[in-house]
Design a protein around this ligand. Structure first.
Ligand code: IPE
Ligand code: IPE
Ligand code: MG
Length: 245
């Protein structure tokens, strides 16, 4: 005889995931299904994330990281890369007002130096403007790769060794963490990926060690606040052991 585990269908706001990571995937397929160019999918995807980050902030989620452009996405046709960069700049310009009005903080994670000067300047501007807000901390991952982030952390630790700031024997996982783009932030608790793919694609390799993975077949532009709530409820009904019993 089977007893079905009782599943709560309401969010427990005292037990929210502190950090939610989102791999926003499926913009291209969303556009294709509608006979539109891929870039129309990216535009729809950027509208979707605007709503989701606001919803997460309103719910009281403390940290959210969204994967907007990976270190591997430069492999796409130049036309698509250019359109994505234009869209990111527009997004960051909107974010200046929208994020600040809603008391949210923006942080870019990834390697900035390959990005255009306008994008780099706009990121610094919004980060500065929003740094004292105390709503959600929203990391936008641009030119981000988990391997690049860890390699960059290693490089900075090596510099500290060279400058006599730290001894190699004293390097721990904590040292590596302190040199990641997300230094000081909690690990990802809940990782969401849309479009039915079940892979990490180089996203936050360090921070997802104990994340609960939730995926949906929905394409990113169709992802709604209700889907976010469903993912959180599912998260809250899982048993996390972190290697214990
Ligand atoms: C995700 O959508 C957005 C980025 C990677 C920039 P895709 O562009 O990967 O959409 P699909 O996977 O081709 O449908
Ligand atoms: C991951 O999606 C990157 C972002 C969402 C920005 P991709 O569409 O690039 O990943 P793969 O190629 O399917 O693994
Ligand atoms: Mg994709």
């Amino acid at each position: 005889m089977f007893f079905k585990k009782k599943v709560n269908d309401e969010i427990d706001y005292d037990n929210l995931p502190r950090h939610i990571g989102i791999i926003m995937d499926g913009n291209g397929r969303w556009a294709k299904k509608r006979g539109l160019p891929r870039n129309a999918g990216h535009k729809a995807g950027s509208d979707a994330i605007k709503k989701i980050v606001r919803a997460a902030n309103a719910m009281g989620v403390e940290y959210m990281t969204a994967y907007a452009f990976s270190t591997e996405n430069w492999k796409r046709p130049k036309e698509e890369v250019d359109a994505l960069m234009d869209l990111l700049l527009t997004y960051l310009k909107d974010a200046e007002r929208l994020m600040h009005e809603d008391n949210m903080r923006l942080r870019m994670i990834g390697s900035p130096k390959e990005l255009s000067p306008e994008i780099q300047e706009q990121i610094i501007k919004v980060e500065e403007l929003t740094k004292n807000n105390d709503g959600i901390l929203w990391n936008i991952a641009i030119n981000y790769g988990g391997r690049e982030e860890i390699a960059n952390s290693a490089k900075r630790i090596a510099e500290d060794v060279q400058n006599g700031i730290i001894n190699p024997e004293d390097i721990t996982a904590d040292t590596v963490e302190k040199h990641l783009y997300t230094a000081g932030q909690p690990d990802v608790d809940l990782l969401i990926r849309t479009s039915g793919e079940m892979r990490l694609s180089n996203f936050m390799l360090w921070q997802v060690s104990y994340a609960e993975f939730w995926y949906t077949d929905k394409l990113w532009p169709d992802f709604t606040e209700d889907d976010l709530k469903r993912a959180i409820i599912d998260f809250q009904n899982r048993g996390r052991r972190f290697g214990g019993v």
